[in-house]
Design a protein. Sequence first.
Length: 524
Amino acid sequence: MSQGIQKNSEVIFQRNTHFLSTAASLVPALQQHRCPALSLVNAVPDASQIHGWRTDSCGTPAGLANREFGPGEEIVVDFGTHCVGYFSLRCEAAGSPPDAPAHLQFIFGETPAEIAEPFSDYEGWLSSSWLQQEDLYLDVLPAHVRLPRRYCCRYVKIKAISTSAKFSLRLSDIYLTTVTSADPSALENLSHPDALLGQIDQVSVLTLRNCMQEVFEDGPKRDRRLWLGDLRLQALVNYQTYGQNDLVRRCLYLFAGVTREDGMVSSNLFMKPEIIADDTFLLDYALFFVATLADYIAATDDLTTQNDLWPTAVRQMELALERVGENGILHDSEDWWAFIDWHESLNKQAPAQGVLIYCLKKGWELAQRCDHPRVAWLDQQIGRLEAAARNELWDEEKGFFVSGAQAQISCASQVWLVLAGVGEEEFRARVMANLLTTPPETGMNTPYMMHHFIDALISVGQTSRAVQEIKKYWGGMVQAGADTFWELYDPKRPDFSPYGSKLINSYCHAWSCTPAYFIRKYGL
Ligand code: RAM
């Protein structure tokens, strides 16, 4: 289950001070906004809702001025949409002078389920410390409090745990100071003739905005850090929306700034107390350094960055190629060597082969610009890997690519080998047509994998089908009440979580914000 965990404290890292200081010079300013709580709500069980809960309005925060709030009581405030920021409130005593501290508890929810279902029932394998809650003891009243941690929520449940028999509490001035590095003045609002696509675009943009902090975070609730697979997609959406290309540049320098001894970039970085590269290395994520750099250079023509970071990109390609066997196919293994999708039984070999070819082609674009001698080398590698994919992975009878020793047929294998451009255009169109008519049992579990499916459809000219799929999948989340797009979404398994509980899933997740990219780039 815990395929994401690899304990490996032995890894030796190298730091490039020039890259790290360049990244440090690009730390963005955070914009702050004061967002007051808009209403009071109750969470009500409702089997017709995707996660089993809806919220009913039950008053306004202004009404709290006349309400005494005593031990055992709780309220839920609703900010009206998904926010990332710092929570504040004013709390005063009502009754006799306060003869004991006041103990309040706060629970923050991106969705109604998080404020409705007790965290004590949580049994997932990711740390329960991600569940957003805080206990506060106030010795002196009245108090104006700002909680120190950054939270991510639409709803906040406030419980009075304890006061004393002689006094209760009165709450007022409940607001969030939201933070983001996204600058709204750069954003062009889209008034889309198709209302649902317009809504999907807006939700995508808010998702990106709330993930844009000092780096492109994967999710402001969890993991709150820089993952390369997420960065690549956020950067693509950013070029079509906020255009804050320096933030992409900063993130690229960060990854290049701390690498493994042999030059491999980590799959993700921690920002504090200093830049720390995680000891999880994934072949596909490392290769996405090449793709993200190529996309950034195509968007900016920034020659300094190109020259600085090209050697890091070359190293990722060299290291990935070391895993290729004599038959021209990536070596498969049981450990967590590539990500591709959150899927228990997905074999990674064929989809990773697709990622490798895809990224070598991105490297080829860069080599054309800055390193001609590498072009022939890349041509040769790409040709070898493509031929091997056709010879070793293609099953003519089944009409699909197969992966691993068990010859697994998965959506991911087809999507990635199509995106890699393996085979003629007509052949790839046939693969995608087969995928649509006979979807393999090993399907797609995340908006991340769905992004690549949509991209593959567009690559073979199936644009209207891509629009249909965007409306069905991301539109499904909008119709289920999403303010921002979720990390995981499977309409058939509403509680699906690779971590063992939907409570720990992130509901504003960077890799889910890509419809805005498709809609704006292709004028869908
Ligand atoms: C999840 C992260 C991130 C993703 C990795 C592989 O835990 O939230 O989005 O890139 O897994």
